[in-house]
Ligand binder design. Structure first.
Ligand SMILES: Cc1cc2nc3c(=O)[nH]c(=O)nc-3n(C[C@H](O)[C@H](O)[C@H](O)COP(=O)(O)OP(=O)(O)OC[C@H]3O[C@@H](n4cnc5c(N)ncnc54)[C@H](O)[C@@H]3O)c2cc1C
Length: 433
């Protein structure tokens, strides 16, 4: 055992710090497996004081730390690459209702699904919805500002955060957020941690708003060879659409060997007014020829296959892009990619209501030139190269590819230097340090 590991074990005990190869492999990386993990050790704090202690230890010894949640991130943010001590938040998993409110206070290591189920017990919803919520953790959701299928109805994780406590890279425990409903005491510094991917410190706990379950819910499925009819439905804002999910032809064929049309689209409707839903359904029936009301079993089946799709594509070695373009330009964008990429199989699926396309490409031979072509097309559509999966270590290239991020990166670097001058936390995320 190395000298440093001996010191770590002496200080924290063998229950909280681990170095065996199985633990290093399991906790040293996230879901994106394109980066070779290289952790020093895995630390399992049980209290905030443990995190402070590891920060002081790391400062003294010149070590680096990496916050880690459920490791479902898709950008390598939670993959250790330079002998970081991975700080797994999994044992910081207390969850409680704030008395007299509909707010849930969760420590960072609470599994997302646990928080959602707790809300459900009170007929409330915490609308952080995607297929990895049975493994992802609250701290990771906030650190990536996770979005997902219900973005169109409820926004991203950020919209539900009311308060949080963070531990800064100097070890200070800092409560952030409003002290009362209206609180204009300077800028909202919670924002700095939402989507921060760990670079400004540890998110220790988060208080979320929850919402009443809608009284009525329906899902419809559209099969179409063009998205024109769908655009007629979604061009006006609607307060009852909570998700619009789509699969293109290749995605449908991969999942079931049959596809009645080029696109399969599910629209989920939620409302307290049955009348509003009926009105919407009547309107859709007039605009679209092939539309079906789904029963609960059919709805469940759709979401199951949708969840399976990214897993299958990862297993097949697909190159994954997570783009957002104007929602009424999605088909044009997909066609443009199709026309300009050769010797590859292309799969498109995702959250159509927000223009968020998870473009997956299986290249016959992976080819940087073709990847550049895809980014150039995105640029010509004025789209975002990372709609919901963050930057991490994997997507730092976009800073240079997209000139509009130049000033933002500069400001991020300035903030990082001021908050974490020794660059202890989350090295190589966002920056090349
Ligand atoms: C099959 C699949 C489907 C997915 N679908 C979606 C989707 O639809 N929408 C979407 O947005 N995402 C999706 N994701 C990505 C992922 O699930 C989310 O980004 C999730 O929020 C990550 O949470 P985590 O706990 O796993 O974080 P991790 O992967 O552990 O960490 C992610 C980042 O947050 C940092 N971090 C973690 N915890 C803390 C903390 N307490 N304090 C400070 N920093 C921290 C890490 O250092 C890392 O940079 C999907 C992933 C998979 C595998």
């Amino acid at each position: 055992m190395s000298k440093i590991n001996k010191e770590l074990e002496k200080k924290f005990g063998s229950k909280k710090i681990k170095f065996d190869s199985e633990t290093l492999i399991e906790y040293g990386q996230d879901w994106y497996k394109g980066i070779e993990p290289d952790p020093q050790a895995i630390f399992f704090p049980e209290t905030a004081k443990d995190i402070q202690e590891i920060i002081y230890f790391a400062k003294k010894k010149g070590l680096k730390l990496l916050p880690s949640g459920g490791r479902t991130g898709l950008s390598g943010g939670a993959t250790a690459v330079c002998k970081e001590i991975v700080v797994s938040m999994k044992n910081l998993n207390e969850i409680n209702w704030i008395k007299g409110s509909h707010r849930l206070k969760c420590q960072a290591g609470v599994i997302t699904e646990t928080a959602k189920s707790m809300a459900k017990e009170k007929s409330r919803i915490l609308p952080i919805d995607f297929s990895s919520t049975s493994s992802s953790m609250i701290g990771g959701n906030v650190a990536t500002n996770a979005a997902g299928a219900k973005f169109i109805g409820y926004g991203s994780t950020k919209n539900h955060v009311r308060n949080m406590t963070v531990i800064l890279p100097n070890g200070e425990i800092t409560p952030l957020g409003k002290v009362a409903e209206k609180d204009a005491s300077g800028p909202d510094l919670m924002e700095l941690f939402i989507g921060s991917e760990g670079v400004f410190g540890f998110i220790l706990d988060v208080t979320f708003e929850t919402y009443p379950e809608p009284k009525f819910s329906e899902s419809i499925c559209l099969n179409a060879d063009s998205l024109d009819d769908l655009y007629k439905i979604i061009q006006e804002p609607s307060d009852i659409i909570s998700a619009i999910e789509f699969l293109d032809l290749n995605s449908q064929l991969l999942l079931s060997n049959e596809a009645p049309s080029k696109y399969e689209v599910l629209i989920e409707l939620n409302s307290d007014s049955e009348h509003k839903i009926e009105y919407f359904l009547r309107d859709v029936a007039q605009k679209v020829s092939d539309v079906n009301l789904l029963n609960s079993r059919q709805t469940k089946l759709f979401w199951e296959k949708r969840e399976l799709l990214p897993v299958k594509l990862s297993e097949m070695g697909a190159v994954k892009f997570d783009f957002c373009v104007d929602k009424l330009s999605t088909e044009k964008f997909m066609n443009e990619v199709e026309m300009n990429i050769s010797k590859a199989k292309i799969f498109n699926f995702g959250h159509l209501g927000d223009g968020n396309i998870h473009l997956n490409i299986i290249f016959e031979e992976q080819n940087d030139e073709q990847v550049s072509v895809v980014y150039e097309i995105l640029k010509s559509f004025g789209g975002s190269p990372s709609a919901e999966h963050g930057i991490g270590k994997r997507k730092k290239g976009i800073w240079n590819r997209f000139p509009q991020y130049k000033q933002k990166l500069k400001l991020l670097e300035t903030l990082k230097k001021s908050i974490d001058p020794d660059e202890i936390i989350a090295p190589k995320v966002f920056f090349d340090n």
